[in-house]
Design a protein around this ligand. Structure first.
Ligand SMILES: NC(=O)c1ccc[n+]([C@@H]2O[C@H](COP(=O)([O-])OP(=O)(O)OC[C@H]3O[C@@H](n4cnc5c(N)ncnc54)[C@H](O)[C@@H]3O)[C@@H](O)[C@H]2O)c1
Length: 343
């Protein structure tokens, strides 16, 4: 039986606890939140009568001595939670983003390495069926190597809370999912970025609700991202809407179920080469899916087998580097080289 303490009993904790209760061999032995009532409410809702409930992570870890900490706090508290987890010899699975600054991201990864603990991030939007299908399809090379990757993200949620007050809200709080999915689907290593942020007149966010970024992924691959968190009308899926252009064809995905590809065919119609539809094969049983549930299971598997999970912090920091590179570019108005994270 693996014992875990969950810290941060806000909105997202429901997703974690829904997943946790589907996993045999996982026992949530503690719930922590600065707001005691929130933690108590989750304990009641999930019938965790034996769980220790508290407002201090250190105190609950001392009392419960778990194997792992599930970190669902706001990004600003992530470093403090991580250091507390590792000081108690716990493995750590953390919500995205891995950290709220490059410095804190590196400090957390270094602390995990020193403690010899598994450290992974819930980058759940790569644990999505069609993301896996796209990666597998592109790897077959049927349409050649990807050259141009385009993602649109237009959703207009009224969350309230910390998002409406934070700086760089779209880049720091949401774009990480799209950037990480791009990096995963086409196997790109981000080298540089140019980005602009702006605040539309109707925005209900303090700063950075809309952004457009262009990344050089090296090896002839460019990734463009256009996004807004206050664009009413014609909303995209939470996964974004994608067009991936490769050397001999293209793929489009609406972020829902519509996933289509076309490959160049013999002949030309006037100016344009012929193309034909080509099937994107279904999910392979080996593909890692199921969002939070899949990631929590993989995290547990890594602990049990002494292996590294796919969304380990040392890899996820490369996606986070895209976010911080984009922020720096937006702040300076210049193209920015993205640090090669080698940890
Ligand atoms: N993976 C996803 O799809 C996804 C979706 C939404 C949010 N998130 C992420 O989940 C995290 C939490 O978001 P949320 O929407 O649940 O926020 P929230 O504000 O609803 O909840 C955060 C909770 O953490 C608590 N908290 C803050 N600092 C703490 C500390 N030091 N110790 C104990 N408790 C502390 C707060 O009191 C609050 O109850 C964020 O990092 C967010 O980016 C991920």
């Amino acid at each position: 039986m693996m014992k875990a303490v969950l810290v941060g009993c806000g909105a997202m904790s429901k997703r974690w606890l829904d997943a946790a209760r589907q996993i045999d061999g996982l026992d949530v032995v503690g719930l922590v939140d600065l707001d005691a009532e929130r933690a108590q409410a989750r304990a009641r809702e999930y019938e965790l009568a034996r769980a220790v409930v508290g407002t201090s992570l250190d105190a609950v870890l001392d009392q419960t001595k778990p194997d792992a900490v599930f970190d669902v706090v706001v990004p600003a508290a992530r470093r403090e939670v991580a250091f507390s987890a590792f000081a108690h010899n716990c493995h750590l699975l953390t919500e995205k983003p891995l950290a709220d600054s490059p410095r804190n991201a590196r400090a957390i990864i270094e602390a995990a390495r020193r403690a010899g603990r598994v450290h992974a991030v819930v980058q759940n939007r790569r644990y999505v069926d069609n993301v896996r299908r796209i990666r597998r399809f592109l790897d077959t090379g049927v349409i050649g190597k990807p050259t141009s990757i385009h993602a649109d993200f237009f959703v207009a949620p009224h969350f309230g809370g910390f998002r409406e007050e934070m700086a760089h809200v779209l880049l720091l709080d949401m774009a990480i999912h799209t950037f990480d999915a791009a990096r995963f689907m086409v196997g790109g290593e981000p080298a540089s970025v140019y980005c602009q942020e702006w605040e539309p007149a109707n925005s209900w966010y303090r700063q950075g609700s809309s952004a457009s970024a262009m990344f050089d992924f090296g090896g002839g691959k460019v990734f463009t991202y256009a996004g807004s968190w206050c664009a009413d009308g014609f909303r995209t899926s939470w996964e974004g809407s994608w067009r991936i252009v490769a050397e001999r064809g293209s793929l489009i995905w609406d972020g829902h179920d519509m996933l289509k590809a076309e490959v160049v065919a013999p002949g030309r119609d006037g100016l344009i080469d012929n193309t034909r539809a080509i099937e994107v094969p279904p999910l392979d049983p080996a593909d890692r899916v199921d969002g939070h549930l899949g990631i929590i299971k993989d995290f547990m598997h890594a602990i049990e087998t002494g292996t590294e999970p796919e969304t380990r912090g040392a890899d996820n920091i490369k996606s986070l580097a895209m976010v911080f590179g984009a922020i720096e570019s937006a702040e300076t108005g210049r193209r920015v080289a993205i640090a090669q994270e080698t940890q």
